[in-house]
Write a protein that binds this ligand. Structure first.
Ligand code: C2E
Ligand code: MG
Ligand code: MG
Ligand code: MG
Length: 283
């Protein structure tokens, strides 16, 4: 585009973000209505135990079917939601839907020892009602908190670390699992592991896919550190069976990637569970 302008004219810098300012505002408005208009949904991706390839749980991932623009990926609409208070509604919507789907699976397939994992934006930790809201939803959907994981990326956690720590500790005390998401990318620092009460690390696909000859050393170190801290490790974006075996041998507990299965609808998860755990069919 800069070339087309010709000559030596310097084009003003534009962020890679595809939507313009007015577009963004429009999307923010649309997003506010998306929940009540039933445009948001969740798909679930299996999280698999590397030692026996059994399903341990599912990560809930949000999808937005926009009436005019079709499907908009979360990489586009989550940042927009995060820049306003809409993120609080989206987060609770996801939490409510995922725990209610988990309850439905349990009714249909028997009490399976699986968990659902829900992404929350770290900015939501600044919301004083978060813990109570989550407790109320768990109660309403009759969920065992130990079968629910919350995933957080660090982005806004350091804005008010003391508050973030308090809320996370309350969630832990209520029995939920807490995962530090996207570990090994840009911002995440080791300090998060000691400062906040996470019990699980999700290694980002960038780290898992790294192609340098130092990859093995890095992965081994992160997994070793996590294990010494008595944390569980999930490797995201594993691309080959070979890598899955290698990560398992290094002591990585879980894998989540297209290799084990893409994100799919709640109905398909139910079918998958019935096939995978036939003996548990109907308690
Ligand atoms: P995330 O939490 O790290 O989720 C994992 C992302 O990696 C998902 O993308 C998933 O589809 C993708 N993925 C899984 N396996 C593979 C693989 O083998 N290869 C590759 N290349 N990708 C894989 P998705 O669904 O597009 O979500 C992107 C991000 O959007 C998520 O990253 C999360 O940060 C955010 N997000 C999604 N749903 C929600 C939500 O309900 N609330 C919040 N706050 N954020 C969400
Ligand atoms: Mg996640
Ligand atoms: Mg991640
Ligand atoms: Mg991510």
């Amino acid at each position: 585009r800069a070339k087309k302008a010709g000559g030596n004219r310097v084009e003003p810098y534009r962020p890679a973000f595809r939507t313009s300012g007015t577009d963004r505002l429009q999307l923010e408005t649309d997003l506010r209505r998306a929940i009540e208009r039933n445009e948001l949904s969740l798909v679930y991706q299996p999280i698999v135990r590397l030692n026996d390839a059994e399903i341990a749980g599912f990560e809930a991932l949000m999808r937005w079917d926009h009436p005019k623009r079709g499907s908009i990926p979360p990489s586009e609409f989550i940042p927009i939601a995060e820049s306003s208070e809409v993120i609080n509604q989206l987060g609770l919507f996801a939490f409510e839907r995922a725990t209610s789907d988990l309850g439905e699976w349990q009714i249909q397939t028997g009490q399976l020892p699986i968990f659902v994992s829900v992404n929350l934006s770290s900015g939501q930790l600044l919301n004083n009602d978060l813990h109570d809201d989550i407790r109320a939803i768990l109660h309403k959907n009759r969920c065992n908190p130990s079968q629910v994981m919350v995933e957080l990326t660090e982005s806004l956690m350091m804005e008010n670390p003391e508050q973030a720590r308090l809320v996370l500790q309350k969630l832990r005390d209520s029995g939920l699992k807490l995962a530090l998401d996207d570990f090994g990318t840009g911002h995440s620092s080791l300090a998060y592991l000691t400062r906040f009460p996470f019990d699980t690390i999700k290694m980002d696909k960038a780290l898992v896919k790294d192609e340098s000859d130092k990859r093995t050393i890095l992965l081994r170190s992160v997994i070793g550190m996590a294990r010494e801290l008595e944390m569980q490790v999930v490797a995201e974006g594993i691309e080959s069976e070979e890598d899955a075996i290698q990560l398992g041998q290094m002591g990585c507990h879980y894998g989540q990637s297209f290799l084990f299965g893409p994100p799919i609808s709640s109905d398909l998860i139910q079918r998958l569970l019935k096939e995978r755990f036939p003996l548990m069919k109907r308690a």
